[in-house]
Write a protein that binds this ligand. Sequence first.
Ligand code: ZN
Length: 238
Amino acid sequence: MIIDFHTHLGHSRDGARQTLSDMLNVMRRFGVAKSVIFPIDEASPGPAYARMNRKIARVIERERSLIGCARLNPNEKKASFEEIDHAVRLGFRAVKLHPRSDRFNAHLAKPLFEAIDQKRLAVVLHTGHEPNCHPSEWHHIFKAYPRTFFVLAHSGKDLFREAIEIAKELKNVYLDTSTLSYYRTGQILREVGAHKVVFASDIPYSHLGLEIKKFEYLLPSSKREPVFSGNARNILRM
Ligand SMILES: [Zn+2]
């Protein structure tokens, strides 16, 4: 069984798009049982992505294979708190934060984590070498909320060594290797271990089959279960 921890629905400002039927078709084709879905960076997503989060809510009501994740924009603080409340009521299991595309830093986002922690939602955080996205800039937040699970999307990209050190240090930090090279993904599995990595594709920005193949080459089939589903089930409390 495969759970994909990182997928987008919608039509991005940068031109990328993924419809619900694209998503369900590609999941069927590559044998993915469940996917965590959140909004892409739409041109007019509503306050703190409210309009798009509602769309995700309608979709997860119909499709049991999809797991809701609300995207938040900490620049719109009041609306973000409302989205956290809605997320719980709508049966979502996680929230997504993208400091580069929504232009905020850890300091601005910090007040939201108290509520996220109380609601027992997991966090998917975009990380990379771009400004505001360095894993080390968020370290104090991971440490302040030890019972909240944080999934570092793209494992910090060029800063993957920083992500490795943090995932080794903190029990509640997991790594998503979407769009990361074969070499870096291998380094992460060797240094952090399969028990701290979750399978994630980042479709439509990567190819689902390609992301699965990395693990098929890197891990014997007997060792793939934690990455493909076990760790995700634990993080999503399901
Ligand atoms: Zn993404």
